[in-house]
Each structure stands twice: as C-alpha cells, then as structure tokens.
Design a protein around this ligand. Structure first.
Ligand SMILES: C[S@@+](CC[C@H](N)C(=O)[O-])C[C@H]1O[C@@H](n2cnc3c(N)ncnc32)[C@H](O)[C@@H]1O
Length: 376
C-alpha cells in the first residue's frame, strides 16, 4: 500500500510530466510538513535512531564548542542595539544547544548576560520540540524561522548534508550530461530513476577534452544549489564574527571527484546505509556529501575570509590543546569524556570523515584560531 507521502509524490510526478527532479523528491521526502522524515519527532540521532552525529556521541562535542566560542566572543564587541548571538541552524532536538548552554552557565555565566542563543528553525514541529528541550534556558534562547542579520558565531553540525541535491549522469557515447529524476509506478517498488527529458547545460561548466575523455559512462555528479544559497545567505547576514560548519564531504578543488563515480547520495535507516534512496520516502534519512570547496567560494564571494578548512580531528585537537592550557576553565578529562573525544577525533570514527569550515567577517582581521590558518 502506498503511504500518504508516496501518493503525494506520485501526484507531483504526474503533474511534472512523468519525471520529477530529484531535489524536489528529496525535499518532500525529508521536509514535507507532517510526513517528511525530519518532520517526524521520532527521528532522532543516537543509538536508538537511524544514525549517529557528533552531538549524539555525548556532551563533550558541545563543551569543546562552547569553550572555543566563548573565547571568540571575548574578542567581539557587542553592537550597540543588539546582543552577540550564538546562532545554531539544524538544531534538530536541541541537544547541542543544551550542551553548549549548560557549559556556558557553569563556566562562563558572565557571558549569558551579553549573548543570545538563537536557533534557526523553519519547522514549527521541530521548534516546539526544541522549546521544550531548552525550557531551562528560556530567558537566553530565541528562534528565527530564517537567518537574519547578526554579529557573533553561527554554527551548523550536519545541516548542509541534509539539503536537497540534484543528480547528474554522464553519457559517454553522446558526450553529454543528463539529469536524473524520479518516475512513479503503480506497483512496488513505486519509484524508479528516470532521465529528465530536454537539453542540459553542463553542471560543471566546460571541461577540457582530455578530462571528458576519461569520464566513465554513467559517472554521477551531485550538486546542492540549496546548500550554497543557504551558506551565501548566512555569509551576507553576518555583520561581524564567524560561520562554522562541520559535516562530511569533499574538500577537493576539482569539478569531479574521481573516487566517487557513483556519487555519495545514500539513505540511513536504523544504522543501516542504503543506496535504495527512492524506497520508503519519509521513513529514511537521505543525505549526500557536502562540497566544501563550493561553500568556501560562496562565503568568500560574500566577503568572508576563510580561517580554516580541515578535518574535525585537527580542529577539535586544537581546541582540546587550548582546554588543557586552561584547566581551571574546563571539566577534568575523565575516562568517559576521553572516550567521547576519541570517537569525535579518531580517523576511523568521525575524525577524518568530517571536515570543519570556518569563515570570518572581521572589523579588524582577527582569527578564530590563533595559530597559522590550515587549509588542507
Ligand atoms: C542531520 S540533522 C542534524 C542534527 C543535529 N545538528 C546533530 O548534529 O545531531 C539535520 C537537521 O537540519 C534541519 N534542517 C534542514 N533544513 C534546515 C534549514 N533550512 N534551517 C534549519 N534547519 C534545517 C533538519 O530538520 C534536521 O533537524
């Protein structure tokens, strides 16, 4: 039997002439009010959910971020009419906000007086969940449905990998790109990949013949225009301070990733990874690697300086070193907390797969990280 979301998708596919662009399929599957995967309150990261994130590893991630961000706040002067803001986007159930605010309350209560924690949350369902989770901090927290101008720090963990992507394929014999869409069938499986009709401009601009000759037939290219637009909007909204995002993705300065000929799009359900992303819309997470190179360019085009783009392992290790040099300002490294730190930084766990991009708009050019900026 078709689920209500599957029926709705079938109607959209029919209305679009039989093949729907994949970014629209993904948008509905994840965000359709009441029916999309992220609209369901039961979908939480962690052991009982579908996937782990750095936040679900335990509070140490939030503590390290809070330590680092509070130091950076000391370098910023509040604009006269508004407080400094720590803005979090993609806050999901509010757990990271709770971890960060708990740390600030314990270790830097002075900061609570001059900052706001702002969650960017377009979904009323998620907002209600976050409000309940953060009831203890009611005076310090507020919400925006979309980004607004601010000074301070914006942080997003695993936000942009959940943005809809377009999916392109290479037809080697015709030497042209085509776009993958989704068609609907009466019987299970209800959805199947189908090529969108019509001519297409190259999604990667023009490439030299020598490169085109090497692209294998069916090579998949993914692109999240939505992620780039979102980052650019955040960059334009930043008056002074930093944008920081952690996610899995490529830091390559290349139009094509030769190591990923099938792309990176995948689904997660009960900790199992699947390439059957068209199955069970609304019941599995859909995600694809973030293109950090394009994000970086988008931020720089909006006047930001790139402070660092490196693995999560290196970024967190640097913060860890700062905590050990300020032992009176950070909780002791108990065995449980060390284990969490190792999961976050070990190359075989989250340390290498995740990267962190930090970009800055400064009044004077002040760096987020005091040592020389690493761009890997
Ligand atoms: C993979 S979850 C990440 C959860 C959390 N940050 C963590 O690390 O555990 C992605 C979250 O981003 C949210 N999201 C998607 N688009 C968004 C947008 N435009 N603004 C804010 N949040 C968004 C989704 O609803 C979902 O809660």
């Amino acid at each position: 039997m078709r689920s209500p979301l599957s029926l709705q998708l079938a109607v959209e596919i029919a209305a679009s002439g039989g093949v729907l662009r994949f970014d629209r399929f993904m948008e509905l599957a994840l965000y359709e009010p009441r029916l999309g995967y992220y609209e369901k309150l039961a979908t939480n990261p962690g052991r009982r959910g579908d996937y782990f994130t750095s936040v679900s590893v335990g509070p140490v991630f939030g503590e390290l971020l809070a330590f680092q961000f509070s130091r950076r706040f000391d370098d910023l002067t509040s604009p006269r009419s508004e407080p400094l803001r720590l803005v979090e986007a993609g806050a999901h159930d509010g757990q990271l906000a709770a971890d960060i605010l708990s740390w600030i309350r314990e270790w830097r209560p002075d900061l609570l007086e001059r900052m706001r924690y702002t969650l960017v949350e377009p979904s009323p369902v998620r907002l209600a969940r976050q409000r309940a989770r953060l009831a203890d901090f009611a005076g310090q927290v507020d919400w925006w449905s979309a980004i607004q101008p601010f000074s301070g720090i914006l942080f997003a963990n695993e936000l942009l990998d959940a943005f809809p992507i377009r999916r392109f394929g290479w037809n080697r014999s015709q030497r042209r790109w085509f776009e993958w869409g989704v068609a609907s069938h009466a019987m299970e499986p209800f959805f199947a990949w189908a090529q969108l009709p019509g001519a297409l401009d190259s999604p990667v601009g023009s490439l030299p013949d020598a490169v085109l000759n090497c692209i294998p037939d069916g090579f998949v290219l993914e692109h999240s225009h939505a992620a780039e637009v979102w980052w650019r909007t955040a960059a334009n909204a930043l008056n002074q301070g930093w944008l920081v995002t952690a996610d899995y993705g490529a830091r390559l300065d290349l139009p094509l990733d030769p190591d990923r000929p099938e792309g990176t799009l995948r689904g997660y359900r009960e900790h199992r990874v699947t390439r059957q992303v068209l199955e069970h819309p609304g019941e599995q997470d859909l995600t694809a690697h973030v293109d950090f190179h394009r994000l970086r360019q988008a931020g720089e085009a909006s006047g930001l300086q790139t402070t660092s783009l490196e693995t999560q392992e290196r970024w967190l290790n640097r913060i860890f070193a700062e905590t050990t040099a300020a032992a009176d300002r950070f909780a002791p490294w108990t065995p449980t907390r060390v284990r969490q730190f190792q999961t976050l930084t070990h190359p075989g766990h989250l340390g290498r797969a995740f990267s962190v991009l930090v970009q800055q708009r400064s009044v004077e050019s002040e760096s987020m990280i005091p040592t020389s900026p690493p761009i890997e």
